[in-house]
Design a protein around this ligand. Structure first.
Ligand code: SF4
Length: 427
């Protein structure tokens, strides 16, 4: 359940809370994370961001603060906050480049052993990440949202003052998933719920009501990421997507371009139907490059799709005429060399590779990371992100949405706003 910073969190159903394992304060975990984060921080302090000021988009290179936020995201944080939320979306500001970026933190089941603590200001969205061994405040981001499961929808682009905008949304109408992935974070925190029969109509009505309540014109919605639980097969996945798009049209969202995030859609015929229905892009879920690791971490359903099969799928998506073809990529599962080789191969297929840093909720997830990210610390993250961000030249949903945001703000009293004023968001 996604909530803006001002709203009190909901309490978890007993059955969900009881399914959460007891937290550990294992000193061996602390020693490992203190050693890793200490090296990562030294790398960040010495890191020289690439100068991208000559480019219109600010998301092509990492600031030092963004790199630090990724190391914090990987490590996980302890906190005094209730465990009803184990994920928070924060907005970090880099003092040198003036860039701001969204990045999540997780409150893992080893939180007491984490050397980092997330603390919220008593009032307002201010917060800080504290280095527990010394009490030093490492950075002072702003809290954007607390997350439990997958909310019905959230607005993925915001104005320079972090006010939500009607132009772009990430939606999740289907509250469960047939994927059965072993490494699934939603499964890890127990957030799946049985969807009501009319979940599509209810979902779109909720979004429509939200637009009306905010006084927003539904025609301003131009970018819709369909990032929801998956159906068991291509036919049912396609049917869900087409019914969803038709209901959005029926409810007056006439200008919406849709971007399905899916592993079940594979055939050219299904892609053609999505194109005809109003999908402007196609998002895949490669997760990692190594086939054996994908099966190990994501299971024999979604995880069994090989790297070559993913490449074939993205080539079909390009041939079907999708202007934007993206895949998400989770840093941490692959060796350093395999990560860079895989990103190159995806870029050669004109795929924009959208990087995520692995959120480790459990010790099993922490241990599932490749030895290279432990040995190379922030360099692994910096080089992986740099390689991914270079593929944005193929076009991304976020960049398309950012241009509509600037246009919207120009039409709503902020003619001075540029792309560089908008907080960076990759996922
Ligand atoms: S497809 Fe995604 S949401 Fe579904 S189980 Fe796999 S990781 Fe979880």
């Amino acid at each position: 359940m996604e909530l803006s910073a001002g709203v009190a969190p909901v309490s978890l159903p007993l059955m969900v809370r009881n399914r959460q394992p007891a937290e550990t304060a294992d000193p061996r975990v602390t020693a490992r994370l203190v050693e890793w984060f200490g090296r990562a921080r030294s790398y960040v302090d010495a890191y020289t961001p690439a100068d991208d000021t000559h480019l219109p988009d600010p998301d092509t290179s990492l600031s030092r603060t963004q790199l630090l936020s990724l190391a914090i995201g990987f490590t996980g944080c302890d906190t005094a906050e209730s465990r009803d939320q184990r994920t928070y979306t924060l907005v970090y500001s880099d003092p040198d480049l003036g860039k701001r970026n969204f990045q999540t933190i997780c409150v893992p089941y080893y939180a007491p052993a984490s050397p980092l603590r997330f603390e919220r200001d008593p009032d307002g969205p201010g917060c800080r990440i504290v280095w527990k061994p010394s009490g030093e405040v490492l950075t002072r981001p702003r809290l954007h949202a607390g997350i439990f499961g997958a909310s019905s929808h959230y607005y993925s682009r915001v104005a320079p003052d972090l006010a939500e905008l009607p132009t772009a949304a990430i939606i999740s109408p289907y509250s469960t998933c047939a994927g059965g992935c072993l490494g699934c974070n939603r499964n890890e925190v127990g957030s799946f719920t049985p969807p009501p029969r009319d979940y599509i109509a209810r979902h779109v009505a909720t979004v429509a009501d939200d637009y009306d309540r905010r006084g927003w014109d539904r025609a301003e919605l131009v970018s819709v990421n369909i990032t929801t639980g998956c159906q068991p097969d291509e036919a049912r996945e396609l049917e869900m997507m087409l019914r969803l798009i038709a209901e959005y049209r029926r409810q007056g969202f006439t200008n919406a371009g849709f971007f399905p995030f899916t592993y079940a859609i594979d055939s050219r015929a299904a892609m053609d139907q999505l194109r005809e229905a109003g999908c402007l892009g196609f998002i895949g879920t490669i997760e990692c490059v190594n086939d054996a690791e994908r099966v190990r971490q994501w299971g024999r359903h979604k995880g069994a799709i090989t790297f070559e099969q993913h490449l074939g799928k993205y080539r079909r998506a390009r041939a079907a005429g999708f202007g934007i073809v993206e895949t998400d990529y989770v840093l941490g599962a692959d060796s350093y060399e395999e990560m860079l080789r895989g990103i190159d191969a995806l870029s050669a297929a004109e795929v924009a590779v959208v990087p995520n840093i692995k959120r480790n909720y459990s010790l099993a997830q922490l241990d599932s990371n490749h030895p290279d990210i432990w040995e190379m610390d922030a360099r692994y993250i910096a080089d992986g992100f740099a390689a991914c961000l270079a593929t944005y030249a193929h076009g991304t949903i976020k960049r398309r949405a950012a241009r509509y945001c600037v246009d919207y703000l120009h039409r709503h009293g902020q003619p001075q706003v540029t792309l560089r004023d908008l907080p960076i968001r990759h996922t």
